[in-house]
Design a protein around this ligand. Structure first.
Ligand code: GLN
Length: 540
C-alpha cells in the first residue's frame, strides 16, 4: 500500500468514555483484516511525560521498550494489538512546547513572532505524521486526550482541522466518541449533549465522520436518526457502544456495529478480507467460562485508585484466562498491615502480589506481608519495589541484618541491601532519568522463572532508580534467596527466588507491561498456577 491513512479520535461530553479502548478495538479489527495499524496518543497537559506525575493524578505510567514513560492507554494498545509502541506513540503538550521553544532559541523562526497557530499547530501536525511517514503502517489512529471544548485541547483540534484539509477526506477521518445519557425519570435516551459536543467540534471547523455513542441502553432507530440529522453524519456512521462486562468484548461489539467497515469505506480501502477474531474469541470464552477461581491479594499503596495498577490487573485477566481460572483480586493497603494483623489481613488468599512503588509510605506493611508469605509457603510475586522489599525482608530476618533497608527510604542505612547504582548517584533531574525501558536478563537454568519463560535470555522493561546491592549477593544467596536472573551486561540482579518455596519470585523489572491477550505473561501465568495449587490445599 502506498499511502498511509489517518483516523483521528476525539472525545466529547465527559472524560473516561473509553477513547483508548475504542481506538484499540478499531485497530484490532483492522489488524485482523490484514492492515498494518498503530495508535498514538496526544495528551493535552504540560508535563513533558507522565513520569513525574503520581498515580493519583494520572494512573499508571506505562513504559515502552525504548524507555519512554507514557500514558496508560498505550498499555491497552499493546495488549490489544500485541505490537510494541514507542516514544513516538505518545506526545504531550509539554513535549510540543518544549520543541517549539528550543527551536525559537536556536533561531529556527528568526524574525517571526512565535505563535500557537502556526508554530505550535505545525509541530503537532509534524508529530501526528511521523509514524505514518515511516512506511511501517497502512493506517495510523490518533487519539486526542481530553474533551472537546477544553481550552487545552484546542490546538489539537485545530491541527486536525488543518491536517484534514491537507490530506483530504479519502485519507483522513474523524471519529467522535460521545455519551448518550439515559434519564430514568423520563425513561429516555438523550441526544442533546452529543449535539452540543458536535457543535463544539464544528465551531472549530471539524465535522466528525463517525460518532461512537457510549450508552447504557440500546439506541433505537429513532435516536440514531435524530443523531444523524442533528450531527450531520450518515445513519450507518452512528455507532452504538453499549456498556459491556469487560473491555475485551469491545472489539466484538464494534465489529457487530460495523465500525471497521464504515471506517474502511470512508477511507476508500477494501474490506474484502473479513476480520478474523477467532483467537480473540477463544480468549474471551476462556475468560468468561472459568473452571476454577483463586483469590489474590494486591498489596500496594495506591490501591484505592483503579488505574494505578492497570497493567497488573490486566495481566491477571490474561493469566486467568490462560489457566481457565477466575482471578479475584483483593486490594490491600500496605499501610494497614502490621505484625499483629497480617495473618488476618491475608486470610483466604491463595497468593499475594506486592506492588511497585516509590517512597517510604506503606513500606513496612509490604515487608511484613512478605515475611508472612515466605514463612507460610504462600505464593508471593514481587514487582520492582515488591522485589526490593523481599530482599530487605530476607536480609533482616534470615541474615539478621538489623536495619537493612533501601537507601531510597533510609539514606544512611547500616545495611543498604538496595542502593543507588554509581551511575545514578550524581543525577539531580527527576524527569526521564531512572533506569528505563528494555534490558536483557539471563535466567538460571532450572529456576522457576526459567521454567515459566521456557528460555534463558529474556528482555523486560524497567522503571526504577535503586538496585540490588551486589555487595550482599553472596550472603543473601548462601542464606537461600537466589539471584536467578542477572543482567549479562552490567551484572545487576533482576530476579530473585527461593527454590524451596512453592512460588517466591521477585523481579526488578515490570513483567505486567508485556502481558497481552495473544501472549499472557509467563510469570503471571505461573503465579496463578501456583495460587491454584495453594487454593486446592485449602479445600483439602
Ligand atoms: N522506588 C523504587 C526504585 O526507584 C522502585 C520503583 C518501582 O517500583 N517502579 O528503585
Amino acid at each position: 500500500m502506498s499511502k498511509c491513512k489517518y483516523v483521528f479520535v476525539t472525545g466529547g461530553v465527559t472524560s473516561s468514555l473509553g477513547k483508548g479502548i475504542i481506538s484499540a478495538s478499531l485497530a484490532k479489527l483492522l489488524q485482523t483484516r490484514g492492515y498494518r495499524v498503530t495508535i498514538q496518543k496526544f495528551d493535552p497537559y504540560l508535563n513533558v511525560d507522565p513520569g513525574t506525575m503520581n498515580p493519583y493524578e494520572h494512573g499508571e505510567c506505562y513504559v515502552t521498550d525504548d524507555g519512554a514513560e507514557t500514558d496508560l492507554d498505550l498499555g491497552h494498545y499493546e495488549r490489544f494489538l500485541n505490537v510494541p509502541t514507542s516514544q513516538a506513540n505518545n506526545v504531550t503538550t509539554g513535549r510540543v512546547y518544549s520543541t517549539v521553544i528550543d527551536n525559537e532559541r536556536e533561531g529556527k523562526y528568526l524574525g517571526k513572532t512565535v505563535q500557537i497557530i502556526p508554530h505550535v499547530t505545525d509541530e503537532i501536525q509534524r508529530r501526528m505524521m511521523i509514524l505514518g511517514e515511516s512506511g511501517d503502517y497502512d493506517i495510523v489512529i490518533t487519539e486526542l486526550g481530553g474533551t472537546v471544548g477544553d481550552i487545552e485541547s484546542l490546538p489539537y483540534v485545530e491541527s486536525v482541522r488543518q491536517l484534514k484539509r491537507k490530506l483530504g477526506s479519502d485519507d483522513s477521518i474523524v471519529i467522535h466518541l460521545t455519551l448518550i445519557p439515559y434519564l430514568a425519570a423520563a425513561g429516555e435516551l438523550k441526544t442533546k449533549p452529543t449535539q452540543h459536543s458536535v457543535q463544539k467540534l464544528l465551531e472549530a471547523g471539524v465535522q466528525p465522520d463517525i460518532l461512537v455513542c457510549r450508552t447504557e441502553h440500546k439506541l433505537t432507530s429513532e435516536v440514531r436518526k435524530k443523531i444523524s440529522l442533528f450531527c450531520n453524519v450518515n445513519q450507518n456512521a452512528v455507532i452504538e457502544s453499549i456498556d459491556v462486562d469487560t473491555i475485551y468484548e469491545v472489539p466484538l461489539v464494534m465489529e457487530r456495529e460495523k465500525l471497521d467497515r464504515v471506517v474502511l469505506s470512508k477511507l476508500r480501502l477494501p474490506s474484502n478480507q473479513d476480520a478474523n477474531l477467532d483467537k480473540w474469541k477463544r480468549f474471551l470464552f476462556r475468560l468468561e467460562h472459568p473452571k476454577t477461581e483463586v483469590n489474590i491479594g494486591l498489596v500496594g499503596k495506591y490501591v484505592e485508585l483503579q488505574d494505578a495498577y492497570k497493567s497488573i490487573s490486566e495481566a491477571f485477566i490474561h493469566a486467568g484466562a490462560e489457566n481457565e481460572c477466575k482471578v479475584n483480586v483483593t486490594n490491600i493497603h500496605s499501610e494497614n498491615i502490621n505484625d499483629d494483623n497480617v495473618k488476618e489481613r491475608l486470610k483466604g488468599l491463595d497468593g499475594v502480589l506486592v506492588a511497585p512503588g516509590f517512597g517510604d509510605r506503606g513500606i513496612e506493611g509490604k515487608i511484613t506481608t512478605i515475611k508472612y508469605l515466605r514463612e507460610n509457603d504462600i505464593p508471593f510475586f514481587g514487582i520492582c519495589l515488591g522485589m526490593q522489599c523481599a530482599v530487605i525482608e530476607f536480609a533482616r530476618n534470615k541474615l539478621g541484618l538489623k536495619g537493612a533497608h533501601s537507601t531510597e527510604m533510609v539514606k544512611k542505612s547500616r545495611h543498604p541491601v538496595i542502593d543507588l547504582m554509581e551511575s545514578q548517584k550524581d543525577i539531580t533531574l527527576k524527569g526521564g532519568t531512572m533506569r528505563l525501558g528494555a534490558y536483557r536478563c539471563k535466567l538460571a537454568k532450572g529456576s522457576k522463572s526459567h521454567q515459566a519463560y521456557g528460555k534463558i535470555m529474556i528482555s523486560e522493561r524497567h522503571r526504577h532508580r535503586y538496585e540490588f546491592n551486589n555487595a550482599y549477593l553472596k550472603d543473601i544467596e548462601a542464606a537461600g534467596l537466589k539471584a536467578v536472573g542477572v543482567n549479562p551486561d552490567n551484572k545487576l540482579v533482576e530476579v530473585v527466588e527461593i527454590p524451596e518455596h512453592p512460588f517466591f519470585v521477585g523481579v526488578q523489572y515490570h513483567p505486567e507491561l508485556k502481558s497481552t491477550v495473544d501472549e499472557p505473561h509467563p510469570l503471571f501465568v505461573r503465579f496463578i498456577k501456583a495460587a491454584m495449587d495453594e487454593s486446592k490445599k485449602h479445600k483439602r
